[in-house]
Design a protein around this ligand. Structure first.
Ligand code: MLT
Length: 263
């Protein structure tokens, strides 16, 4: 379905009945990356899987800072009449957005599942190269990003057909959305204070062969957040829920089953 958030049309898939669980995709992807997880999700959940602004079938705005993307998600929960705090399952850039929600709207977050992501801000060099890449994408198209990222998305043994399918998906993300998200990621801050103050359940998951947000980044998040759990998944790169869907779904199910009841 489509809904209007901050004047932009946002695509969102909503399925099932029960307690809210919000799935936040990575860059430059869409909610399609959660299909293997949604197919395996047990009963008792209202799954909400949006396309972030500028991604998938959602409109792009001028700005896509991480706080703005987090506000979009809070407004989406409001638009869906969802007042209960949601479990947030978020991958990579989705994790940056989830950490913004945890920082600015903690009352809307029941628990966090941070997948293949990191809490560090970009270095000055990384931020500068993202801004340059944003200019190139506007001039040459999203294929520039798709070509540079595709080789790092999966474990080295991944099938070529998988790479080609995901390269095509990334290349289909509109240049305006890709460029705005690149600028938004470049300006994001460090989230370790948020993790240190986080007292609710947190599961950190990372592919053992993640070349974009490697296991050490996940270990640092786990070390910062008291009581968090860390799972390193063999045979997965940066898109663990896509590459190891059964294992990821089992980890998620176990975590969901361990949550304190929603009052
Ligand atoms: C992502 O997968 O969302 C991005 O690669 C994250 C990033 O570039 O920092």
């Amino acid at each position: 379905m489509k809904t209007t958030i901050d004047g932009l049309q946002m695509q969102v898939a909503v399925a099932g009945e029960g307690e809210p669980i919000l799935f936040v995709h990575g860059f430059p992807l869409s909610s399609a990356m959660w299909e293997p997880t949604l197919e395996r999700l047990g009963a008792g959940w209202r799954a909400i899987a949006p396309d972030l602004r500028g991604h998938g079938a959602s409109d792009a705005g001028e700005e896509a800072s991480m706080p703005r993307l987090g506000r979009d998600l809070v407004e989406l929960l409001d638009a869906l009449g969802e007042e209960r705090p949601a479990v947030i399952v978020a991958l990579s850039m989705g994790g940056y957005v989830a950490l913004e929600m945890a920082r600015r709207h903690p009352e809307r977050v029941r628990a966090l599942v941070l997948v293949d992501t990191r809490a560090e801000a970009d270095t000055a060099e990384a931020a500068a190269s993202r801004r340059e890449l944003a200019e190139r994408v506007l001039a040459e198209g999203s294929g520039v990003v798709a070509d540079s990222m595709v080789g790092k998305l999966f474990a080295p043994e991944a099938r070529p057909a998988l790479l080609e399918a995901w390269r095509a998906r990334m290349a289909a993300t509109p240049p305006a959305g890709v460029a705005a998200a690149l600028r938004g990621m470049a300006e994001r801050g460090d989230s370790f204070d948020t993790l240190r103050g986080w007292k609710k359940p947190l599961l950190v998951v990372v592919g053992a062969e993640d070349a974009i947000t490697p296991p050490d980044a996940a270990r640092r998040m786990h070390a910062a957040a008291d009581g968090s759990r860390l799972e390193v998944v063999p045979g997965a790169g940066h898109l663990t829920p896509v590459e190891q869907p059964d294992r990821f779904a089992a980890l998620l199910e176990g975590f969901l089953g361990s949550l304190p009841r929603l009052h």
